[in-house]
Design a protein around this ligand. Sequence first.
Ligand code: SF4
Ligand code: ZN
Ligand code: ZN
Length: 311
Amino acid sequence: MRCSSCAAVAIVDQPYRAGHACAEHFRASVEERVRREFHRQLPGFAGGTIAVALSGGKDSAVALALAHRYFHRRPTVRVVALTVDEGIAGYRPRTLRAAAELTERLGVEHRIVRAERALGTTTDEAAAGLPGTIPCSFCGVWRRQLLNRAARDAGADAVVLGFNLDDLAQTVLMNLVRGDLDRLVRMAPHRVPQPGLVPRIAPLALVPEREVFLYARLSGLPFDHAECPHAHRASRNLFREIVWQLEDALPGTRQSLLRTHARLVERWLAAADAGAPRRCRSCGEPSTGERCRACEYLRGVRAAAVPAGGP
Ligand code: SF4
Ligand SMILES: [Zn+2]
Ligand SMILES: [Zn+2]
């Protein structure tokens, strides 16, 4: 199999564009897609602080390496990496080590936010206290809120998330299936500023998961493969399977789901000022209801911790 752009041997096939790429053209094509998305999702960005959410996995490693590549020569731009430590034994300590190795290598400032300190609980502790709840529901809500606070503290103008094409296609489908239009509209990349929320962007949006992995490998980036011990309970797993099956039968399905999302958001924004969050009564963070979901989950954990017959 030869590269579609030169005579070299191809290392990857890209059925969604009916082509193949050699290592050199593959890396260039990833870098170009991500560069364009940075420009498209950060229109008019001339300088400021870019915070990259760094988990220590392959996606955020590539997002940080490419953000650093694009911005480190611009004196008006500061890149900072933010990692949330949710408190998940056997998983987060390993990924934290990979995250620290990458930031040291790139010379990027690295801030770590620990859920135990910020919230008074951890994902492991909450999972044990709320056995009937899928841990990803509260863990994801808490992580997003801690990340937003940390980005605000760092004076960030945008938060870069490592979501790849597969992640985003799954999220679009999940929100469509649940009929959750609010969440569908509020998905990253953010189109309109939302009070209290540092805009989240997803520059890897057009790069399939396996290409992110290949790019990270070919670039020698340190990342950790560890899988969260709670991940098997996530409903996302089902949507991952479905999107894979659809993509296999109909190449281009993932891009098509993203286009559907973009069109829906376009119409939604034209029709109303929907999706504008209010403030949570308890913590003051952005919220769609009276109390934010992070506080609702914390209340649940605290209630579960009160011994029977207690106050
Ligand atoms: S898989 Fe679920 S529980 Fe584990 S870190 Fe991700 S959101 Fe949290
Ligand atoms: Zn080539
Ligand atoms: Zn709150």
